[in-house]
Write a protein that binds this ligand. Structure first.
Ligand code: PLP
Length: 397
């Protein structure tokens, strides 16, 4: 008899976004004529950069001729893309990587989850709270988290990021083997300065900790004092793996492309894992990603990011003008809204849906310290963003 991995059974059966979808669907059934403004799921809405489209069309044409046809590519990614990543995302910031340290993939979600394959099941883990749920759930699947008690996993060290510490977390009280950091942070939209990040790298160096650094939203950083990569901090290459994605940088949520930097000291096993279980990202996709780094591509991608960040500014000012307390949104496409009158995250979600017809994401879905908050995303259409703020003003007046 085939026995299952019983750790999967510990996972809660429903996923945050399907719970939200169910609530929105019941609202639609009872209010078929109402226009809902969706500010919940972190998916992009604007079309791909023309430079990316052109490169992908050309890549399709390549496949039509025998000379330019591409079958299986290198599992680690094509060198044309790896070289562009190293030059544009790292060398330009004084970080020097070797081609063998960059692994192109189908996105950061898979890599953030799959990286656990190369690590023992009894490593202890620490996570920011609240945070992107994939880090915890994938560790649950590997049996690293213990049991769920009062909304917390018994073997996970939660590192609260709250109003009380100005979203600048303290080092964990108990030593951990693996630490998941995510900056700019999903869901709070907050960031760490270079000095603050240095504190974490030094902690990892001194305590032999492996940092998993997810910087999927680095392209949204506006403040020059905020690091885009953990490798901007001296010594980080000894202790950190970094996850990046073209999803939010360049609208690739549907195309699927990301990459992970695993420094030389750590990467033999990851290379082995990828060569065994992954057969590479498509040639067409990688040609599209390469075009993000062309002169036209850079301009077009920046224009789209500026569009979303203008939405974020409109939202932040709009919410503050309504007398609400809101964090994030300055260097990230997420706004972290404190619920008024001490309402729970879900209660406020319901009120926003039924009374204002705006969909957010309940903060508690990202971890226990997210209770009392709601995440709004700036990925929407400009007119919808303006309309949402007008509705809120009217509602709260
Ligand atoms: N990391 C964070 C922090 C995210 O918020 C997301 C997506 O929302 C991802 C990774 C997933 O990125 P990808 O689309 O590359 O899988």
């Amino acid at each position: 008899m085939a026995l299952i991995n019983e750790h999967f059974l510990k996972l809660q059966s429903s996923y945050l976004f399907s719970d939200i979808a169910k609530k929105v669907n019941s609202f639609k059934v009872t209010h078929p004529k109402d226009k809902i403004i969706r500010m919940g799921i972190g998916d992009v809405t604007q079309p791909l950069a023309p430079a990316v489209i052109e490169a992908m069309h050309k890549a399709v044409d390549d496949l039509a001729s025998t000379e330019n046809f591409h079958g299986y590519g290198p599992e680690q990614g094509y060198s044309f893309l790896i070289d562009a990543i190293i030059k544009n995302d790292y060398a330009s910031r004084g970080v020097f990587l070797e081609p063998g340290e960059v692994f192109v993939s189908d996105g950061a979600k898979s890599d953030c989850g799959n990286i656990g394959d190369i690590l023992r099941h009894d490593n202890s883990i620490g996570v920011l709270d609240p945070v992107y749920p994939v880090y915890i759930d994938s560790n649950v699947m590997s049996g690293r988290t213990g049991v769920l008690e009062d909304g917390k996993w018994s073997d996970v060290v939660y590192i609260p990021c709250t109003e009380a510490n100005n979203f600048t977390p303290e080092l964990p009280a108990r030593r951990v083997d693996i630490l998941h950091l995510c900056y700019p942070n999903n869901p709070t939209g907050t960031t760490l300065t270079k000095d603050e990040l240095k504190k974490w790298v030094n902690y990892a160096l001194a305590n032999d900790v492996l940092i998993m650094y997810d910087s999927a939203y680095e392209a949204y950083i506006q403040d020059p004092n905020i690091p885009h990569s953990i490798y901007e901090i001296k010594g980080a290459k000894k202790v950190a793996i970094e996850f990046r994605s073209f999803s939010k940088t360049a609208g690739f949520t549907g195309i699927r492309c990301g990459y992970t930097v695993v420094p030389k000291q750590l990467n033999k096993l990851w290379n082995r894992r990828q060569c065994t279980k992954f057969n590479g990202t498509s040639y067409i996709t990688q040609r599209g990603a390469e075009a993000v780094y062309s002169t036209a591509g850079k301009q077009q991608v920046t224009a789209t990011i500026n569009y979303y960040m203008t939405n974020a500014k409109i939202m932040k000012e709009g919410l503050q003008n309504c007398g609400l307390t809101v964090y994030g949104g300055d260097n990230a496409p997420y706004l972290w809204l404190k619920t008024p009158d001490g309402l729970s995250s879900w209660k406020f979600f319901d009120k926003l849906l039924y009374e204002v017809k705006i969909v957010g994401t309940p903060g508690v879905g990202f971890g226990p310290s997210g209770e009392g908050y709601l995440r709004l995303t700036a990925f929407g259409d400009r007119d919808d963003t303006l309309e949402a703020m007008a509705r809120l003003r009217k509602w709260l007046r």
